[in-house]
Design a protein around this ligand. Structure first.
Ligand SMILES: C=Cc1c2[nH]c(c1C)Cc1[nH]c(c(CCC(=O)O)c1C)Cc1[nH]c(c(C)c1CCC(=O)O)Cc1[nH]c(c(C)c1C=C)C2
Length: 493
């Protein structure tokens, strides 16, 4: 009989246990999680602030409807009734800003190609608009400049080759901050934005031509078991991003509830694995737990950060590349303010929020003292989570590639006032979360290294009985993590 150990109880581990328990209803499944609380980086909290109940997120806050594995979970766990959707036509979806001090401060980005032409070409509002338009217009005319034999490079090198160095420093670094909270000069283009790499090939050197030509073969993982979506897909028509009334934690809480209700699943919260051995003769797995208990699963799905997995292995059965990538840390600051009266200017423009690109003088140049990566105007998009419109909630993200610093909230608020071009009142609530090593920095060469890791795991002595998945292996988004859990153990017969 199958006896499966799932290591880690974050999004990937919970998704793995959910799908494995459905695929192998007679298997014994145990989910080991160091923390007594399951859910990993997903932490949604409802708090009361001055008569209002508001939802605060310490991790991911909105999801995109293109992740079908997430839509499937919403259907299978019956979560549709608590969806909060942000329409594509809303300001929260259409208005995204960059804060670029050397170009005068806060800039709204065009949201469509037509918008771009209107914005930059005709009215040519600023030098930043002109830079954006000229970099995009010139790209198709740049020669095919990828070095032969090159099979990966940094996001910054790729963007500089195709769009120029200033475009890359401003636009690509900001995008990378908003997703990976990392330095675009270190991140692998093939891991972070494979569609850009593929478009360059399809467009015979031009990324824009490649996007204009439709991809003939889908590279998505949609082959195999069809997604069970019920009516969730229709509900997502014209949705830009979505969340739930009680935040993203709705998914992880529902997964935990489902798994706790399955007779063949044991949820081992507060239990760490301290070692993974393969018995030299029987070839059986042996997992040592913090309680010094030894368990012998037939199969293992590891969703642990790769550096943690490395620390569990013995010299007799090493695995390659587990410490090749570093992990980035993000400080998340939730701020709740009293909404100013309608006769006063609003605290921020209506929109998604803003990102801050890599400073001209670099991360260590001191111009961005607290390492602000961006700020999300939560009330613009997800006000439906809160019981009152009398408060404004915002979330500031700090740190990532910046040097660590002593955070002062009053000084940070002064800095945000400069970004927003208006004074901010004393907040009603400030909540700080230090997310240490929360996002893996998939550095150049990552896809090749993971291919080698998969090859080793498929052969003796592992023989495919252990799979290593999760953000450190195959993509950092919520959709990637849930998809990885959905696909684990497909070859375990
Ligand atoms: C803790 C902070 C996080 C930062 N990035 C992530 C987290 C959890 C992970 C992440 N953020 C986004 C994606 C892409 C998702 C997708 O396209 O499917 C991932 C993997 C995008 C994103 N970034 C922010 C928001 C609100 C979103 C979601 C949806 C959207 O694009 O509208 C805000 C944000 N996240 C981080 C920073 C620095 C930041 C700044 C505004 C880091």
């Amino acid at each position: 009989m199958k006896n499966i150990a799932v290591l880690g109880g974050g999004l990937t581990g919970l998704s793995a246990a959910f799908h494995l328990s459905r695929r192998f209803p007679t298997a014994q499944i145990a989910v080991y999680n160091t923390d007594a609380r399951f859910g990993g980086w997903v932490r949604s909290q409802r708090v009361t602030v001055s008569d209002a109940d508001v939802v605060l997120e310490a991790g991911p806050r909105t999801l995109r409807p293109n992740a079908r594995s997430v839509l499937e979970l919403i259907h299978l766990l019956d979560l549709s009734s608590s969806l909060v959707t942000v329409p594509k036509t809303s300001e929260a979806a259409r208005s995204r800003f960059l804060y670029v001090p050397e170009f005068g401060g806060l800039h709204r980005l065009p949201s469509t190609p037509l918008d771009l032409l209107k914005w930059s070409g005709l009215s040519a509002k600023s030098n930043l608009d002109r830079l954006l338009l000229s970099s995009l217009c010139r790209e198709p005319f740049r020669r095919w400049n990828r070095s032969p034999g090159h099979d990966d490079e940094s996001v910054d090198d790729f963007m500089t080759r195709r769009f120029g160095s200033e475009f890359s420093r401003i636009f690509a670094s900001a995008l990378v901050h908003g997703i990976y909270a990392a330095d675009a000069r270190k991140l692998s283009i093939r891991s972070a934005f494979p569609s850009l790499w593929d478009a360059e090939e399809r467009g015979k050197g031009s990324v824009i031509s490649g996007f204009l030509r439709r991809a003939r073969h889908s590279t998505s993982t949609e082959e195999g078991v069809p997604y069970k979506l019920g009516s969730v897909e229709e509900k997502m028509q014209d949705t830009s991003v979505f969340t739930f009334r009680d935040g993203i934690g709705t998914i992880t809480n529902a997964l935990v509830k489902y798994l706790r209700g399955r007779p063949n699943v044991r949820m081992q919260g507060g239990v760490s694995i301290t070692g993974i051995r393969i018995h030299p003769r029987s070839k059986q797995f042996e997992l040592i737990t913090t309680g010094l208990e030894t368990v012998s699963p037939t199969h293992i799905a590891s969703t642990l950060p790769l550096f943690r997995l490395q620390s569990l292995l013995t010299p007799a059965t090493p695995l390659p590349h587990l410490t090749a990538n570093t992990y980035t840390s993000v400080t998340v600051v939730n701020l709740v303010f009293k909404r100013p009266p309608s006769s006063s200017p609003p605290l921020h423009p209506d929109g998604f929020g803003y990102l801050v690109p890599r400073p001209l003088a670099g991360y260590y140049g001191g111009s961005n003292r607290f390492g602000v990566l961006g700020c999300v105007f939560d009330s613009s998009s997800v006000a439906a989570q809160d019981t009152s419109r009398d408060v404004v909630k915002m979330t500031v993200m700090l740190s990532g590639p910046y040097p660590s610093c002593q955070l002062s909230i009053p000084d940070l608020l002064n800095e945000l006032s400069v970004h927003l071009g208006r004074p901010l009142p004393e907040p009603l609530l400030v909540k700080l979360h230090h997310n240490k090593h929360c996002i893996p920095l998939l550095s150049v060469g990552h896809p090749q290294r993971m291919e080698e890791l998969r090859h080793i795991l498929a052969n003796e002595p592992w023989t495919g009985r252990m799979e290593v998945i999760g953000a450190g292996v195959g993509g950092v988004s919520v959709g990637d993590c849930i998809e990885a859990g959905r696909n684990v153990g497909k070859k375990w017969t």
